[in-house]
Write a protein that binds this ligand. Structure first.
Ligand code: BES
Ligand code: ZN
Ligand code: ZN
Length: 499
C-alpha cells in the first residue's frame, strides 16, 4: 500500500474517512451528505463505524466515520486502530482508495505522530500472508491511503510510519513461513539480499566450521540434533564509521523448537516455527534503521538453528563450554534459546557496543506472567530500561520490567559446571532465563526482551492479523534507536523525527 499526503480539497472518488472523538462536532461537509447523525446510528465508541454513500453530494463516493471514543479515555494507539478499522472497511466494500481527514488537536499526541500512526495502522492492517495460497484473488488489497492535511511536515510522519510498518510486515511475512521453508540457510540468504540492497551493510556468516573454530559450543550443542546446518549471521550497518556509536542487536533464531531430547508435547508444537521471531525482528530493525539512514553503527547477530532430537542430539546432563570459556550444564535441551544466545551475546559484548539488546521468544513463563499484551523487559541499566519503556509506549509495543537480583542468579549454580541452564524449582522462569543471559554480557549496558507472548497474535486485533506472526519488536527497537541517534536529553519520546 502506498500512503501519501494530500491538501484539503483532494478527491479520488473512493472512501473518505473521518476519525471522531465523542466531543467532536460533525464536520459541515459530512452534514451536507447525512443531514445529521443520531447517537443511535453512530455512538463514536472506539472502532464503531458509520458508513454511507454520498449520492453525488461529495466528490468522494462513500463516507466513513470511525469512532475514537471519549476524549478522557483517548490513547495515541487509537489512531492506529482507527486506521486499521478504516482499511478493513475498505476491504469489505472492495474499495482500493482510502482517504483520511487527519484529525486535529487530539490529546497526548502531536500532529506528526498522528500522521505516523495512521500510516502504520493502515499499512499493518492491509497486510495478510498469502504467499502459500495458490488462489491470490481471494484477497482484496487497499492500494493507496491519502492523508488529507494542510500540515506541510506531515510527509515526514508518512515517511517514518511507512518505513516502520513495512519493516514490521517484512518480519511478519518471513516469520509466517514454516520450518521446512525458512531454514537457517534460507534466512542467511535473505539477510545477504538485504545487505546487497543497501551499501551501508556488510555481512559475515559463520557456518558450522567457523562456529567450531570460534568455540561456540553452546550454540553447536543445540544444533547437533538437526540435519539443517546452523548459521550465525553478523550484519553490520555503517561498519567503518567508527565515530558513530555502536549498538549490538542479538536475535534468537530457532527455526523450529521441538524441545530436542527434552521433547515438547505435540499439541501446538507447530507454533514453534515462530521461535525464530527474535532473529527476524532484529533483521527487520536493521532494515528500518538503514532506510531511516540513522546516524548509528549496528552489529546485528542472528543465531540460527533448529532444535531437534536425534542420535546426534545433545542430551540432558551434557556439559558444554561456551564462547569465552564458561561451562554450562544443559539440564533440559528445551532451554535452548539461552544456549545459542550465550555464545552470541559473549561474542557481541567483546566488540564493546554502547548497549546491547537481545530479542527472543525465550520462555513460556513470560506468557504466564504478562499474557499477550506486553514484552518482558530485563535490564541491568535503569536509564536504558526507561528509554525502552518510553519507546514501548510510543510504539504501543509495550514492555514490562522484571528484576534481576543476584538471588536469582544463585539459583543457576551447578554442582559440576559453572552454571546450569535451568533452576531446580522452575520458579520465576522468565527471570531465570534472563539472569542466565546476563552471565554472558560482561559489563555491557544490556537489555533482554522476551517476546514469547507477542510474537504471534492469538486474539482479534485492530490492525494485526489473528493467528499469525506479529512482527512486534521492530517498531519498539527502531524508535529507541531513533531516540539514541538523536541523543536527546530527557526522556520525552515525542517529536523524535529526523529533519
Ligand atoms: N521457545 C520456547 C519458549 C516458548 C514457549 C515460546 C511457548 C513461545 C511459546 C523455549 O525454548 C522453551 O522451550 N522454554 C522453556 C524453558 C524451560 C524448559 C525452562 C519453557 O518455557 O517451557
Ligand atoms: Zn525450547
Ligand atoms: Zn525456544
Amino acid at each position: 500500500m502506498k500512503v501519501k499526503t494530500e491538501k484539503p480539497g483532494y478527491s479520488d472518488g473512493g472512501v473518505l474517512a473521518y476519525f471522531l472523538l465523542k466531543e467532536d462536532k460533525i464536520p459541515v461537509e459530512v452534514l451536507k451528505v447525512t443531514g445529521g447523525i443520531s447517537e443511535d446510528e453512530f455512538d463514536r465508541k472506539l472502532g464503531k463505524t458509520y458508513f454511507t454513500a454520498t449520492l453525488g453530494k461529495m466528490k468522494f463516493g462513500k463516507l466513513l466515520l470511525v469512532g475514537l471514543g471519549e476524549k478522557k479515555d483517548f490513547e495515541p494507539d487509537f489512531v492506529r486502530r482507527a486506521a486499521g478499522t478504516a482499511v478493513r472497511y475498505c476491504k469489505s466494500v472492495k474499495c482500493p482508495n482510502l482517504s483520511v481527514v487527519v484529525p486535529k488537536a487530539l490529546p497526548k499526541i502531536d500532529s506528526t505522530s498522528v500522521v505516523q500512526f495512521i500510516t502504520e495502522g493502515a499499512i499493518l492492517s492491509n497486510y495478510k500472508f498469502m504467499e502459500l495460497k495458490t488462489k491470490k484473488e481471494e484477497y482484496f488489497d487497499v492500494k493507496q491511503t491519502s492523508l488529507i492535511t494542510p500540515d506541510k511536515s506531515a510527509a515526514n510522519g508518512v515517511r517514518v510510519g511507512t518505513i516502520l510498518a513495512e519493516a514490521q510486515n517484512y518480519v511478519r511475512e518471513l516469520d509466517e513461513y514454516p520450518a521446512n521453508m525458512m531454514t537457517p540457510r534460507k534466512i542467511t540468504e535473505i539477510a545477504k539480499q538485504l545487505a546487497k540492497k543497501n551499501k551501508k551493510f556488510s555481512i559475515t556468516v559463520f557456518d558450522e566450521k567457523t562456529l567450531k573454530k570460534e568455540e561456540m559450543n553452546a550454540f553447536l550443542g543445540v544444533a547437533s540434533g538437526s540435519n539443517e546446518p546452523p548459521r550465525l549471521v553478523i550484519l553490520e550497518y555503517n561498519r567503518n564509521k567508527k565515530n558513530l556509536p555502536l549498538y549490538g542487536l542479538v536475535g534468537k533464531g530457532i527455526t523450529f523448537d521441538s524441545g530436542g531430547i527434552s521433547l515438547k508435547p505435540s499439541k501446538d508444537m507447530h507454533e514453534m516455527k515462530y521461535d525464530k521471531s527474535g532473529a527476524l525482528v532484529v533483521l527487520g530493525t536493521a532494515m528500518a534503521v538503514a532506510e531511516l539512514n540513522l546516524p548509528v553503527r549496528l552489529m546485528v547477530a542472528l543465531a540460527l538453528t533448529e532444535n531437534m532430537p536425534s542420535g546426534k542430539a545433545q542430551k540432558p546432563g551434557d556439559v558444554v563450554k561456551a564462547y569465552g570459556g564458561k561451562t554450562i550444564e544443559v539440564l533440559t535441551t528445551d532451554a535452548e534459546g539461552r544456549l545459542v544466545l550465550a555464545d552470541t551475546l559473549a561474542y557481541i559484548a567483546e566488540k564493546n557496543p554502547k548497549a546491547i539488546i537481545d530479542v527472543a521468544t525465550l520462555t513460556g513463563a513470560v506468557i504466564v506472567a504478562l499474557g499477550r499484551h506486553a514484552i518482558g523487559l530485563f535490564s541491568t541499566d535503569d536509564k536504558f530500561a526507561r528509554l525502552l519503556e518510553e519507546a514501548g509506549n510510543r510504539s504501543h509495543e509495550r514492555v514490562w520490567r522484571f528484576p534481576l537480583w543476584k538471588e536469582y542468579s544463585e539459583m543457576l549454580k551447578s554442582e559440576i559446571a559453572d552454571i546450569k541452564n535451568i533452576s531446580d524449582t522452575g520458579e520465576a522462569g522468565s527471570i531465570i532465563g534472563a539472569v542466565f543471559l546476563k552471565e554472558f554480557v560482561g559489563d555491557a549496558t544490556w537489555a533482554h526482551l522476551d517476546i514469547a507472548g507477542v510474537a504471534n497474535i492469538k486474539t482479534n486485533h485492530a490492525y494485526l492479523e489473528k493467528n499469525a506472526a506479529s512482527g512486534m519488536g521492530v517498531r519498539l527497537i527502531t524508535e529507541a534507536l531513533i531516540y539514541l541517534a538523536k541523543r536527546r536529553t530527557g526522556y520525552s519520546m515525542t517529536n523524535i523525527f529526523l529533519e
